[in-house]
Ligand binder design. Structure first.
Ligand code: ADP
Ligand code: MG
Ligand code: MG
Length: 265
């Protein structure tokens, strides 16, 4: 998965949020202040504009710009929470790419990636464009063989993406103070992240891994229906928050729907 893949993922997320804006807002009308769909639609519209204005070079940079824009544009709780998640995902991807380059610098060779050292050329991997079939193909050395910032060539593996989601989830939990079962976005994000990590360990193909993550997110969101909210505005309703799906959990499902869509296959 390269920068193009991550841009496509965020753009598809924006598209599906716009399409589902009224449903998300209706969910928030039941247990909140009826703005979740419009909050996210405004935020992701700005994200779309930011991405097309600056076309960030690497996967990490795409997600960091997404997060920063959401924090800036969305006033509700969901803006800082999603924004922080994307920013932590992005910094995790950037750090892992740098580590991979540093690891290779010792040998001057990368026997697993099929990349040609020093040329910036990458052998095409099997399967869907934008995916790498191996764990090794990443940032290429710059001209003259020095590790470059050739972010446009950074390739993210499923294990990288799972680690990024783990970092994003941890950041959301820390910022919002919510745990699973509190009837928030965490109830969808946590099981989906676990499913993705499990799929990466099992060596699943990305589209199968994303299927598993999406199924887990959906199940998690559905499971918020009977719960009583313990965080966010819905918690003000006490027992009356039970019987409705959490809007943030519902929007988290859309992140994974979009991931599955852009993976194709
Ligand atoms: P606001 O509640 O400020 O109007 P939104 O309506 O955009 O913001 O987002 C509401 C969603 O944000 C909730 O459905 C919930 O999933 C999520 N949320 C709210 N507070 C928290 C929190 N402390 N931790 C995690 N998620 C939260
Ligand atoms: Mg709201
Ligand atoms: Mg609000």
């Amino acid at each position: 998965m390269n920068a193009q893949f991550f841009t496509a993922w965020v753009e598809e997320t924006a598209r599906t949020i716009t399409a589902d804006r009224d449903r998300l807002t209706a969910l928030d009308a039941a247990i909140g202040d009826a703005d979740h769909g419009t909050n996210l639609d405004r935020g992701f519209t700005a994200v779309r504009e930011a991405l097309s204005a600056s076309s960030p070079a690497g996967p990490g940079a795409v997600l960091i710009l997404t997060g920063t824009t959401l924090i800036r544009k969305v006033g509700g709780a969901s803006g800082p929470l999603y924004g922080t998640a994307y920013r932590h995902m992005g910094t995790t991807l950037t750090a892992r790419a740098a580590q991979a380059v540093a690891g290779r610098a010792g040998t001057g060779l990368d026997s697993t990636s099929g990349a040609v050292p020093g040329t910036g050329i990458e052998a095409p991997g099997p399967g869907t464009a934008g995916f790498t079939g191996t764990a090794g193909a990443r940032d290429e050395a710059g001209p003259g063989g020095a590790p470059g910032d050739g972010d446009h060539m950074v390739m993210v593996t499923l294990a990288d993406l799972a680690a990024a989601f783990e970092a994003g989830l941890a950041a959301v939990c820390e910022l919002g103070g919510a745990a699973e079962g509190d009837k928030t976005m965490v109830d969808a994000l946590a099981p989906a992240t676990r499913a993705l990590a499990e799929a990466a360990r099992a060596g699943l193909k990305p589209e199968d891994a994303f299927d598993a993550a999406l199924a887990a997110a959906r199940a998690g969101a559905r499971a918020t229906i009977p719960l009583q909210a313990r965080k966010g505005r819905a918690s003000y309703l006490g027992e009356r928050s039970a019987g409705h799906e959490d809007p943030g959990a519902a929007s988290t499902v859309l992140l994974f729907t979009a991931l599955r869509t852009v993976a194709g296959g």
